[in-house]
Every structure is written in C-alpha cells, then in structure tokens.
Design a binder for this molecule. Structure first.
Ligand code: PGA
Length: 242
C-alpha cells in the first residue's frame, strides 16, 4: 500500500510567501518512503511546479471542474492543471461540500473526469459533529464513498477520512475514533490508501500513524510551516517503519 502525506494549503499565502515556503520544503524534504504532495491555491501552481521540479515533492490542486473547457466562469479544467504539472487533485473536501454546496453526484462527476485524465484523486469523506452525535457517522461516510466512487475503478484513488469537527480546530479525532472509521472504510475499500485529516501536527502524528489502516495524512494548518510539515512526515515514516 502506498503511503502519502499531502499538504492542503487552502486559501493561504501570496505567491512570494508560497514560493519561499515551497523552496524550504524542497530543500529539507527528500524522502522516497512516502509520496509527498503539496496542494497550493491555483494561482501558485505554475511557480511551485518550477520550485518542486528537482525535488521529490509532487503538486496537487484543491479542486477542479469536470468539463474540458468552455463557458464555466471561475472554473479550472484538468488540462489546465496538467499544463502546470499537477498530478493530484483533492475532491469532495468538507469545505467544498459545506460552504460551496457540492453534493456526492457532482463530486462523482469530478472523480470520474480526474481519473480519465490520469490524476491521482484524493477523495475526502467525513461526518459533521451533528451527524456523529446522531449516530450517523458510519452511514454518512458509507454514502459519500458509495456515491463519490460510483462507477470508478480504484486505481490511483486515495480516500481521506476527515471528520468535519476535527478540521482546523487544533484537536484531532481520538485514536479509537480514527481506528474505528479507518477499519470501517477498509472493509469496502481493500486497495486504496486511507489518509487521516483533521488537526494533524507533529505532536500527534506518531500516535495517529501507529493506527494500522492509516496510510498517510492530509494536513491543513500545520502544512503551512515547512519545518512542521517535515516533522509530520518524519514521524509518520518513523512510526510506520517505512
Ligand atoms: P487541518 O485541515 O489540518 O487544518 O485541520 C485539514 C484539511 O482540511 O484537509
């Protein structure tokens, strides 16, 4: 099983700051034990493609549109992403689902299109706090997986379990919760790497990495700092012994 540690920079950094953080990452991260992916805002992809060209770090996008081209104001196509060196794309992130009202059918169209273009797809799933309190966490994740991956072969598909209530809060889900959900996902998804996301940082990386079915991380806030991101990668590698 492939191991992946991915950075989701969300809507942070101007181009110069992005370049300096990326340059530092390119200098200090040189492992081949895991795939390291950085997903900056669209406007920074081209410059970062250059920065990462002689490093192990791969480039990813945070979203895309499934159509090839045309009258889709404000959207970005896969061919455009490919032309600036993108190999990965994050789809179905909870912020896309909850702030921008993307539903499972819409996300499924994106997954299919991204796969057709040869992208590695990081499909995010995860329940809200209310859904968890109502005992619906497993149902929600199951539906997101079933609908999101409907008609999709699993090659180059990566699933990221990101409980919405643990994203950006500074407090990750606890060990048992992560273990239980990753096991649940593993039951239907034998061959896909399953990442955990939601307040991963250097301090909790080893504990989360010690869970069997955790094959990597999707890191938000803590990936904005090159040293912290490298520590997370190192903790993962050390704990997994890869
Ligand atoms: P966080 O974000 O690490 O800041 O919680 C993770 C994500 O949203 O992918």
């Amino acid at each position: 099983m492939k191991n992946i540690v991915a950075a989701n920079w969300k809507m942070n950094f101007d181009i110069d700051k992005a370049q300096s953080v990326a340059q530092k990452m390119a200098e200090i991260i040189n492992t081949k034990a895991v795939d390291v992916v950085v997903c900056p805002p669209f406007t920074h992809l081209d410059r970062l493609d250059e920065v990462f060209s002689s490093s192990v770090i791969k480039l990813g996008a945070q979203n895309m549109h499934f159509e090839e081209k045309g009258a889709f104001t404000g959207e970005i196509s896969l061919a455009m992403l490919q032309s600036v060196g993108c190999e990965y794309v994050i789809l179905g992130h909870s912020e896309r689902r909850h702030i921008f009202y993307e539903d499972d059918e819409f996300i499924n169209k994106k997954v299919k299109s991204a796969k057709k273009h040869g992208f590695n797809v990081i499909l995010c799933v995860g329940e809200t706090l209310e859904e968890r309190k109502n005992g619906r966490a497993f149902d929600v994740v199951k539906t997101q997986l079933q609908k999101g991956l409907d008609g999709v072969d699993r090659q180059n598909v990566i699933v990221a379990y990101e409980p919405v209530w643990a994203i950006g809060t500074g407090v990750s889900a606890d060990r048992d919760t992560i273990e239980e959900m990753h096991k649940f996902i593993r039951r239907s998804e034998n061959d896909v790497p399953i990442l955990y996301g939601g307040s991963v940082k250097a301090k909790n990386a080893a504990e989360i990495a010690s869970i069997d079915d955790v094959n990597g991380f999707l890191v938000g806030s803590a990936s904005l700092d090159a040293d912290e991101f490298k520590k997370i990668i190192d903790e993962f590698i050390k704990t997994k012994g890869v």
